[in-house]
Write a protein that binds this ligand. Structure first.
Ligand SMILES: Cc1ncc(COP(=O)(O)O)c(C=O)c1O
Length: 444
């Protein structure tokens, strides 16, 4: 183990030796409920037989060709499968290997479109504070996650940011819709400030994942953003790397808002974590503009669209459509939310339970009346995460969710296939961990 360059070199990580359905198993074969599907990835549960069979079958046919020279049936079928669950305008799919590559691809596609349209001066990406679009430098430049940006500040591109809505931390007593309308106008202000003639694309997460622990938008907010983008003639890219692939009860979260974005970034759940797959669905208007000026898109990654990943994507979409899993997400999410709300009633340290579908979040606060967060030095998220794992539960830690530095919370996002018994077990483990944490907070 000593040769692993771990995320934190001082921390000892539990060793996982196998996984099945909603459970991970450690070296002692102790079961840990995967309450966050890895990183909101393993939506169908670990080792889904049909997905694994698709991988094996493809492995015997062809595992690699380079997309600069060839395409494959597997690539065509995965593209068709995803196009089938997207609005018809967004039916052209570009595959890459990670969410960061997907958001960078969306940025480059936006550039390529404006160059094709004869407007190369439109190059800036406008994105939001409290957002995460990936860790590579272009994606991190768009990201508004302050703690992830800080160590690399000098390397980042000067992309303007505007404030995302945070329903939990909105001024007390404000109407959520009025607050959403006010926050949407921040985009118009940002575009006016920078000059919309210089802006290529606006990038947002419809439901904010790790930066705000599953924060849904206020009613009407996304529709207003889309309208502002149209008014100012800038493209709209939605980053659905986390909230897509059915998590919120629609195939993609933007579909709740009744909008048609220009670019949709996806990743994580589309491959169920079997192989790394991500990509971008592009609006036909962009594709046609690029086709009209020679058809070349100067981009590409060696493993993008590789046959193994493509066979997996096709199988994942087939299973989800056939078993109507996206439709099931809403009632399953409701059943899970009830358990989390129950915990919030028991433990005043839980200030908020939120989210959409099976992408839920809890926020922990020092004072629920004022929503005052714990000091970042208290490392409440980190300590609770360790206790949760000791109690047999993995949740996705989200430190810094109050202001980018302070604030503690978790994403709760088990596989779509998790049962009521799994949810009960999740709540029991969470309760035991909180019971151990709370006295230490009082002492501190
Ligand atoms: C919304 C969003 N976009 C982009 C990314 C980056 O994806 P990856 O880690 O696969 O590069 C993530 C990862 O968590 C994400 O949640």
């Amino acid at each position: 183990m000593r040769h692993i360059f771990t995320r934190n070199l001082l921390k000892r990580y539990p060793v996982i030796t196998r996984a099945e359905g909603s459970y991970l198993f450690d070296e002692g074969d102790r079961a840990i409920l995967d309450g966050c599907s890895g990183a909101v990835v393993v939506n169908l549960g670990h080792g889904h037989p049909e997905v694994m069979a698709a991988l094996e079958t493809q492995a015997r046919r062809v595992t690699f060709v380079h997309t600069s020279l060839f395409v494959t049936d597997a690539l065509a079928e995965a593209s068709e499968a995803l196009a089938g669950v997207l609005p018809p305008e967004l039916g052209t799919i570009y595959f890459v290997n990670s969410g960061s590559e997907a958001t960078e691809t969306a940025i480059k596609l936006a550039h390529a479109y404006w160059r094709a349209a004869g407007r190369p001066e439109k190059h800036l990406v406008v994105a939001r504070w409290d957002s995460y679009h990936g860790n590579t430098l272009g994606a991190l430049s768009a990201s508004g996650h302050r703690a992830r940006r800080a160590p690399y500040a000098e390397l980042l591109l000067p992309f303007p940011h505007f404030d995302a809505p945070n329903l939990y931390r909105r001024p007390q007593g404000t109407d959520p819709c009025a607050y959403g309308r006010e926050r949407a106008e921040r985009l118009a202000e940002a575009l006016e400030a920078v000059g919309p003639e210089r802006v290529a694309v606006v990038m947002v997460e419809p439901v904010v994942g790790s930066s705000l622990a599953a924060m849904p938008p206020p009613e009407g907010y996304l529709a207003r953003l889309a309208e502002i983008c149209r008014t100012y003639d800038v493209l709209l890219a939605v980053d659905e790397v986390m909230c897509g692939a059915g998590r919120t009860g629609r195939w993609f979260a933007f579909q709740h808002a009744g909008i048609t974005p220009d670019l949709v970034c996806f990743g994580k759940g589309v491959s169920n974590g079997v192989t790394p797959v991500a990509g971008v669905a592009a609006h036909g208007r962009l594709v046609e503009a690029i086709r009209a000026v020679g058809g070349g898109f100067v981009h590409g990654h060696t493993f993008g669209g590789n046959p193994l990943g493509m066979a997996v994507v096709r199988a994942v979409v087939e299973v989800m459509v056939r078993e109507r899993l996206v439709e099931a997400v809403v009632p399953r999410g409701q059943a899970l939310r009830e358990r989390l709300v129950g915990l919030a009633e028991e433990f005043s340290v839980i200030g908020d339970v939120r989210g959409a579908g099976l992408l839920l979040g809890v926020e922990l606060v020092a004072d629920p009346a004022t929503r005052r967060p714990f000091a970042p030095e208290a490392n409440v998220t980190g300590r609770l995460s360790d206790l949760l794992i000791e109690e047999g539960l993995a949740l996705y830690p989200c430190p810094g969710i109050a202001d980018g530095r302070a604030g503690d919370g978790f994403i709760v996002a088990p596989p779509y296939t998790a049962t009521d018994e799994d949810f009960d077990r999740l709540a029991d483990s969470f309760r035991r961990a909180l019971k151990r944490l709370v006295p230490t907070l009082k002492a501190g």
